[in-house]
Design a binder for this molecule. Structure first.
Ligand code: TMP
Length: 223
């Protein structure tokens, strides 16, 4: 079994609320890591595998507004189980830098905190089964919930086949933001805050600075 300490690769996750721009920045982060000598793989949750793409369509479809919170939780966990087994671990074992747009922090925040299933329960679930897969570094793209939501809603006109979470009330998105801030406060060594309210290029520079600082502090991470 691969553990965080035995594997060669680097595992970087990107987290944040709706409209935080992390998906664009995932590509920039991978390009930067490649310029530092890594072979990088960009992936995402949900949807990083073929099965995951089907789960993504289910959990994000506004037609599934009736989805029970527990059912939602286990769909995300199923997506993650497949993703870890088929993509993330094999890539880390090969020494790749895996740049993942959302990982288990999203489940702790969205299902555990915002949906109210309990952050500790969700954390324990992950720890029990996937505790050996921990991100080396997590970039948290933070911005006011109303700004992110407005950006996300402006991006899509009319019916969005992935718009289920954008339909949630502002209070839900505020809980998400607060949830992420609390997680970051609890694990300052892993989380790195990025001011996502800035323009794309300024955010890109912040991301590159954060990655450079991380690599400098952890030269052994270079596979
Ligand atoms: P995104 O790909 O635009 O970030 O959308 C994924 C959505 O799924 C986003 O609203 C957050 C949500 N989500 C959860 O609720 N729990 C999870 O575990 C993950 C990975 C995402």
């Amino acid at each position: 079994m691969t553990t965080a300490s035995s594997r060669k690769g680097l595992f970087v996750t990107l987290e944040g609320g709706e409209g935080s721009g992390k998906t664009t920045q995932a590509g920039f982060a991978a390009a930067f890591l490649e310029s530092c000598g890594y072979k990088a793989l960009v992936t995402r949750e949900p949807g990083g595998t073929q099965l995951g793409a089907q789960i993504r369509a289910m959990v994000l479809s506004p037609d599934n507004g009736h989805l029970d919170a527990m059912a939602e939780l286990f769909l995300y966990e199923a997506d993650r189980a497949q993703h870890i087994a088929r993509l993330i671990l094999p890539a880390l074992e090969k020494g790749l830098a895996v740049v993942c747009d959302r990982f288990y922090d999203a489940t702790v925040v969205y299902q555990g905190m915002a949906r109210g299933l309990g952050a500790e329960k969700v954390k324990n679930l992950h720890k029990q089964w996937f505790g050996f897969v921990r991100p080396d570094m997590t970039l948290l793209f933070d911005l006011p919930a109303e700004v992110g939501l407005e950006r996300a809603l402006n991006r899509v006109q009319g019916h969005d086949p992935e718009g289920r979470f954008e339909k949630e009330a502002l209070i839900f998105h505020e809980k998400v933001r607060q949830g992420y801030l609390n997680l970051a406060k609890g694990e300052p060594g892993r989380f790195c805050m990025i001011d996502a309210a800035k323009d794309r290029q300024a955010v890109r520079l912040e991301v590159e600075k954060a990655l450079a600082g991380f690599l400098k502090a952890r030269p052994k991470a270079l596979g």
